[in-house]
Write a protein that binds this ligand. Structure first.
Ligand code: MN
Length: 269
């Protein structure tokens, strides 16, 4: 069993070390992670710049590779040949902040897993719901234990093709975590505010700021599980098609490849 570990916080982040150490109890581990923090960078494919890869040593003395690319670039690099061995699973994290609801396409932690799915390799993203504490020292012990359990279970049962897991762990001691809930994406509430400021040369710049996002702790959702002290496991897929609305939208006249009369130039203006 060969597991690739990556993250979006940078190769030296303590959450990555905790995840790599947990994965070594499951199989052989390779680490390819970004050299800097890419949190919130989304699903990136670097096409117009070279990508450099260099060797580093983690805090426990183990070897790792880091790249100047995004988390998704790191996964692509590893799976396309930088790691000279087939990978059975990609795990990403452990992110110090939760990745819930609409966070998933912003999150470098989650989009690293998306890149793996595109390459046909099963993947799991791990985040800790440490909230404001996530800016300081964190104890990853419980989250690492959960990660080991989830990865073992996924490897034993086999993830469905094209499906990856977004796992969020409450920031609680292991004995206080109530269990694992299978959830759907909940509703994130962003409280972003746009600040317009003037630089020393008189030019305006913008800064997206505001308060930390919240969410709706509805039962059955990722937010709901965490609010009750459960680990949230959300199965995700890259197919974003709005299947429930295909029928309704077909009434617009585009079904069966029909070209509506207006597009034929029969309507002016
Ligand atoms: Mn991060």
């Amino acid at each position: 069993m060969h597991i690739l570990v990556t993250n979006d916080d940078g190769v030296m982040a303590p959450g990555l070390l905790a995840l790599a150490q947990a994965m070594r109890q499951v199989g052989d581990v390779s680490v390819v992670a970004p050299e800097r923090n890419w949190s919130g960078s989304g699903h990136v494919k670097t096409l117009h710049n070279p990508l450099r890869v260099r060797e580093v040593t983690l805090a426990d003395g183990s070897p790792a590779l880091c790249s100047d690319g995004a988390p998704s670039d790191c996964v692509a690099l590893a799976l396309m040949g930088v790691i000279n061995r087939p990978v059975d699973m990609v795990v990403s994290g452990i992110n110090p902040m939760a990745n819930l609801g609409h966070d998933v396409t912003y999150s470098g932690t989650v989009t690293a897993a998306m890149e793996s799915i595109i390459a046909g390799v099963p993947a799991i993203a791990f985040s800790l719901d440490a909230g404001e504490k996530g800016h300081g020292y964190l104890d990853y012990t419980a989250a690492a234990r959960i990660a080991r359990l989830v990865v073992r279970t996924a490897l034993t049962n086999g993830l469905p093709k094209g499906v990856f897991l977004n796992v969020n762990v409450p920031y609680l001691p292991a004995e206080e975590i109530k269990g694992i809930q299978l959830t759907r994406k909940g509703l994130r509430i962003y409280r972003d505010e746009l600040e317009k400021r003037q630089d020393p040369r008189g030019q305006y710049y913008y800064w997206i700021s505001g308060q930390s996002p919240t969410g709706v702790p509805e039962k059955g959702t990722d937010f709901g599980a965490l609010a009750e002290g459960y680990v949230s496991v959300t199965p995700l897929q890259l197919d974003l098609t709005a299947y429930h609305h295909m029928l309704g939208l077909s009434e617009w006249g585009w079904h069966n490849g029909n070209l509506p009369a207006a597009a034929n130039g029969s309507e002016t203006g």
